[in-house]
Design a protein around this ligand. Structure first.
Ligand code: FAD
Length: 553
């Protein structure tokens, strides 16, 4: 396969040569470096790349060029390559233009000239961007291909799993692609078995169990140690933060995740309120960075492995995995988060994964290009989902039970929604019924104020309606609040009395549950702010309590 392209553009030949030299030095093994001396020349090159079917990974573009500025060039170029990363080369005087273009052209970075030494000023930034690009862009032909139909829940589950596991794949819709349909029929003799996954080694899997798939793509690996200082259950933001802090502070740390790293945050289209990312960050990108960081610092991550039981044996906390194996530790952190609440509407259940989705806006959005979709929910996750869908769908209608979004959604999202012409908000509205055979056809909406019903056609429903604690695993072991969230620290001291069965001469530590050595962090904890930053903060702080506990065992 042809190497993806990095396009460098600058009107000053000596600067252009210097950029190209630095790019060649580091990236020539994996990328083709192409130079252009003007915006116009660059644009012609971009059109030629598109015709030839080349991939462009990165634009490195000077802002100050006669005829066409860097931002003007990027505005045009990204219509051909919307996934390419964008870096603007600026002089000090151009800083304002660069900051403005973060929004205008979704600039990924601006670099002040000169950038010497490149090892410090250039490569770390570009490495990060190119890693992100490579992780997001599906590999054509010589990677994994998933053949299925848009309306098959199993195809949806497999795509979601691979996407969240950062496993690149090519999607083949056998209803639209004759070649793909022929490939499935020739390989399985039956076009109704979907999805069918084709691997580069020539093997295939028909409608695989996700554990089998995880084994096949190398996601499932066994634990390396017989004993850990800290076992973390759940690799959402809380669990990943605990892994980073635990491992970096010398604890033998393992994280067990039933799916792939990222948790709810990993399904978010764009997290805009997490500190340090001025242009926001995709949830999957954040998850990938955090998992890489945790591994680099020495934590083990066991993915696609579910913890099915927790028990105590004296000072040891023992977890059982879904394959029956056991891991032992001194300190256990429950970071299992929450699961999405389901919507009880007649006709909905059979359409799940086939035009009706819980969350999942990011993986399915592009399938609803020019269609009419509904988003149910009034919180931030619904707002983000709607904004992401609006980039593809003809219309997005947000259905909210309350009479306004203001009670439940951040103002920055409300502002963006108001500025987006193809999003409409229907307050005081609920779905009372849906119809559809294999895929959604109509929805019946009820206006809660007037009590009137209307039935209308719709192509898909994306549901974001709140969350339930994932604490079943430890429900018989630790104290929970009435809604099932784990009580920790001072929340366990009712009327000045320590929890029942507590035999130590100290109060439970911060984030320690009613069982010494079992801690909880993130959304699964009682009465917390359910945000990425909050989960990350709790995961990292929990580790300091773990240290204090470990001093006593
Ligand atoms: C669509 C969406 C968008 C959001 N957008 C934002 C945003 O923009 N900004 C913001 O601040 N917050 C946002 N949030 C909220 C934020 O994502 C959560 O508060 C945060 O992810 C909570 O982190 P956590 O680690 O506590 O739990 P989770 O993220 O829920 O992670 C828990 C993990 O534990 C795993 N797990 C559960 N049980 C087991 C088991 N038995 N064995 C092994 N693994 C298990 C789960 O698979 C999961 O990966 C959003 C949430 C959603 C759903």
């Amino acid at each position: 396969m042809a190497k993806p392209i990095i396009l460098a553009v600058d009107d000053e030949p000596h600067v252009l040569n210097a950029v190209a030299r630095d790019l060649q030095e580091r990236y020539r093994g994996d990328y083709r470096i192409v130079k252009a001396l003007s915006g116009q020349e660059a644009l012609e090159a971009v059109q030629e790349f598109k015709r030839r079917g080349n991939a462009v990974a990165l634009f490195v573009v000077d802002q100050r060029m006669p005829g066409m500025s860097g931002v003007e060039l990027l505005t045009e170029a990204i219509t051909f390559y919307p996934d390419a990363k964008r870096v603007l080369l600026t002089a000090y005087a151009d800083t304002n233009a660069a900051i403005a273009s973060i929004n205008e052209v979704a600039l990924d970075y601006y670099l002040m000239k000169p950038w010497d030494p490149p090892e410090e000023q250039l490569y770390p930034v570009l490495d990060d961007l190119l890693d992100g690009w490579a992780a997001d862009v599906p590999v054509p032909y010589d990677g994994i291909r998933v053949a299925g139909t848009l309306w098959s829940p199993r195809s949806h589950a497999v795509k979601e799993f691979l996407a969240r596991g950062q496993i690149p794949y090519q999607w083949l819709d056998i209803e639209k692609d004759d070649e793909a349909r022929a490939l499935v029929e020739a390989s399985t003799g039956d076009r109704s078995v979907v999805p069918v996954l084709f691997f580069p080694d020539g093997t295939l899997l028909e409608d695989p169990d996700l554990h089998v798939l995880a084994d096949k793509v190398g996601l499932r690996t066994p634990a390396l140690k017989p004993f850990y200082d800290l076992i973390v259950i759940g690799a959402g933001p809380a669990g990943l933060a605990a892994a980073v802090y635990g491992a970096s502070e010398g604890l033998r740390t393992v994280v067990v995740e039933r799916e792939v790293p990222g948790g709810q945050a990993g399904t978010s289209a764009r997290i805009e309120n997490y500190l340090g990312f001025p242009q926001g960050i995709g949830g999957a990108d954040l998850a990938r960075r955090a998992a890489t960081q945790a591994r680099r610092l020495g934590a083990e991550l066991l993915v696609a492995q579910e913890v099915t039981g927790v028990r105590l044996e004296g000072p040891y906390r023992i977890v059982t995995l879904d394959d029956g194996s056991e891991l032992r530790c001194h300190a256990l952190l429950i970071a299992t988060g929450v699961t999405l609440r389901t919507l009880d509407v007649p006709g909905l259940e059979p359409l799940l994964g086939a035009s009706v989705y819980y969350g999942a806006a990011t993986s399915e959005a592009s399938n609803y290009r020019d269609r009419d979709v509904l988003v149910v929910g009034g919180a931030n996750s619904a707002g983000q989902g709607a904004l992401f869908l609006s980039r593809f769908a003809r219309s997005v209608t947000i259905l909210v039970r309350k009479h306004s979004l203001r009670h439940s959604m951040s103002q920055y999202l409300i502002d963006q929604i108001e500025r987006t012409p193809n999003i409409a908000v229907r307050p005081s509205t609920e779905i009372s019924a849906v119809t559809g055979d294999a895929r959604l056809e109509t929805v019946t909406l009820v206006d809660r104020g007037a009590g009137e019903s209307t039935t209308m056609p719709a192509d898909a429903i994306f549901i974001f309606v709140g969350a339930v604690a994932r604490s079943d695993l430890v429900a018989d072991l630790v104290e929970l609040d009435a809604a099932g969230f784990v009580l920790t620290g001072q929340d366990l001291i009712a009327g000045g009395r320590r929890p029942r069965g507590w035999h130590l001469q100290r109060d439970p530590l911060l984030m320690e549950s009613s069982v010494p050595g079992i801690f909880a962090a993130g959304d699964v904890r009682h009465d917390v702010v359910r945000r990425v930053a909050s989960a990350v903060g709790q995961g990292s702080v929990a580790v300091s309590a773990v240290h204090r506990y470990l001093e006593t065992v």
